[in-house]
Design a protein around this ligand. Sequence first.
Ligand code: ADP
Ligand code: MG
Length: 248
Amino acid sequence: MNDIQLAVEGVTKRFGGVVANDNITLAVPRGHIVGLIGPNGSGKTTLFNSIVGYHPVDEGSIQFEGLEISRKRVIEIARLGMIRTFQQTHIYGKMTCMENMTVSVPHRNEGFARMFARFTPDIFEKAEHLLEFVGLYPKRYLLAGDLSFGQQKLLEFAMALMTEPKMLLLDEPTAGINPTLINGLIERLQRANADLGITLFVIEHNMRVIMNLAESIYCLAHGQLLAFGTPEEIQQDQTVIDAYLGAH
Ligand code: ADP
Ligand code: MG
């Protein structure tokens, strides 16, 4: 059982004098939920940005399903089935939830230019089904900007599912969400993984969430990989406690 879907090898990313990612090597097995933790500024978001093609890496290789993607653009990588969500949500506040669902997704098999060909009953049905899945069906005709922040994150999650991703990269999915919505979100992430077969790679600061959700966890500090292990191993790792958990 060693089917590596995403392999990051020796990735370095610099911003001027700052080494945001310093020779990072890690692997995400197909069908797993893998966590990525570490202090603020340790390079987590930068690594996600490199993986999804938001910016080129300075060194190293990134392979998705055996294909080198480190020189590919965001849209090309999205079409391969790898989608990320953001620390801050990326939704259109002046559009309804349904409009957000049908309009904004870079679909895996087509470009933005063919977007309008997608206004078919199928797409509306799928949008309604996924809004139901995240609990936003009753709000489907409300403006996205009128939703609470937590609901906007659920909408963004549903929008990501519209593209039928193989792997989702989630950047702090529970940040800014109230505790009651957090439980609902965790359950939906688990169902997306178990029922839809989507691999999840999750940056998360909420320790309760990530320890319950992830099967294995990578910890970054100062742009470097500090530790890797099961949630139990990570919680007991003295270097992780010193660099991160101790301050939590
Ligand atoms: P994290 O997500 O773990 O909080 P980041 O990946 O956002 O950390 O940041 C890692 C380091 O890279 C920080 O020192 C940050 O200031 C720097 N950094 C991130 N993005 C940029 C950028 N676009 N330009 C310059 N520096 C950046
Ligand atoms: Mg970040």
